[in-house]
Design a protein around this ligand. Structure first.
Ligand SMILES: NC(=O)c1ccc[n+]([C@@H]2O[C@H](COP(=O)([O-])OP(=O)(O)OC[C@H]3O[C@@H](n4cnc5c(N)ncnc54)[C@H](O)[C@@H]3O)[C@@H](O)[C@H]2O)c1
Ligand SMILES: O=C(O)C[C@H](O)C(=O)O
Length: 313
């Protein structure tokens, strides 16, 4: 029996999309179709060809094509949506909502037509609301519509903890819950280094500084770059999610999931810990929260709900 190669579409061939495509290929997770608008057809083809020409040097056998024709995406196992505008210094992610809602809707109409069985991962900001827009437009089951924020926010949080303690990032475990905004909820109580709770290793004021830096971590990069937002760590985060799905790894990682009563929220997309495997989101874990943690999550959920109201059809 011939084994079918996996097909991964990345929509948006900008900074995050192109970086994601290369990282997916380097891990040989499948053949990659990189899509952008017709006006950028040639640059998109050029980026894909340039990446493919790295394959003999790096020794990966994934094919990579660039296109603006969704027919080329047909039958993709996973579609990753990075299409949309990025913020600049002085802007919030929510300032992007109207422009990006239109883009995400038009992309999802094509995904619905050409990739009806795909698992869709959304990155475009404001990502909690854009995942809601995608869910409404696609009409796919909730397990197949997933937003990316928690892997990235947790990665930032773990980076800062590792720096603080001068330990390997591999030994740091944490969770960031809630929306992808400045009121996201890094869960200190569930964070440890090599199994040792971080509040026994780091003084409270330093932990608070790490939590605050995590919350505005996207803005820190936006201010440094000056004309766009982060893309290496976001791309790595998307690849971790795609890998968990394509290899049916059953990883437990925070993702933006559709909630129907979990944590007390209805009809909302929000970052929660989930089991990610071959069917997409296979389970949502409801952690026990203190009153203070739940109040912080409620505030974050309320911020997301206010943005969803703007885009709700
Ligand atoms: N959720 C997260 O954690 C996270 C992290 C990083 C970036 N983002 C968001 O991802 C988005 C992309 O960021 P970026 O840095 O790659 O931006 P970018 O400007 O480098 O790339 C965006 C690309 O989308 C393309 N595009 C626009 N409309 C399109 C359409 N209708 N169809 C296909 N492609 C289209 C553009 O031509 C461009 O190439 C932004 O909204 C950004 O805020 C989110
Ligand atoms: O901050 C941004 O605008 C991009 C992204 O959401 C991030 O957190 O890096």
């Amino acid at each position: 029996m011939a084994i079918k190669r996996r097909k991964i579409t990345v929509v948006g061939a900008g900074f995050t999309g192109a970086t994601t495509a290369l990282m997916l290929a380097q891990k040989e997770l499948g053949d990659i179709v990189l899509v952008d608008i017709p006006q950028l057809e040639n640059p998109t083809k050029g980026k894909a060809l340039d990446m493919l020409e790295a394959s003999p040097v790096q020794g990966f056998d994934s094919n990579i094509i660039g296109t603006s024709d969704y027919a080329e995406t047909a039958g993709s196992d996973i579609v990753i949506i990075t299409a949309g505008i990025a913020r600049k210094p002085g802007m919030s992610r929510d300032d992007l909502v109207n422009t990006n809602a239109g883009i995400v809707k038009s992309v999802c109409e094509n995904v619905k037509t050409y990739c009806p069985e795909a698992i869709v991962i959304i990155l475009s900001n404001p990502v909690d609301a854009m995942t809601y827009t995608a869910y409404q437009t696609l009409g796919f089951p909730k397990n197949r519509v997933i937003g990316q924020s928690g892997v990235l926010d947790t990665a930032r949080y773990c980076t800062f903890i590792a720096q603080e303690l001068n330990v390997s990032v591999e030994d740091v475990r944490g969770f960031v819950l809630g929306g992808h905004g400045d009121d996201m909820v890094p869960l200190v109580r569930y964070s440890n280094v090599g199994g040792i709770p971080i509040d026994t290793l780091i003084p409270a004021d330093r932990i608070e500084a790490i939590v605050q830096r995590t919350r505005v971590g996207g803005g820190e990069i936006v201010n440094l770059l000056g004309n766009g937002s982060a893309y290496y760590a976001p791309a790595a985060s998307l690849v971790q999610m795609a890998e968990a799905i394509l290899k049916d790894k059953k990883r437990i990682i925070p993702v933006i999931a559709y909630l129907e009563g979990e944590y007390g929220y209805e009809d909302l997309f929000l970052g929660v810990p989930a089991l990610l495997g071959g069917s997409g989101i296979e389970k949502i874990f409801e952690l026990e929260l203190t009153a203070e943690e739940k109040a912080a999550l409620d505030q974050s959920a309320e911020s997301v709900r206010n943005v969803i109201k703007i885009v709700s059809i």
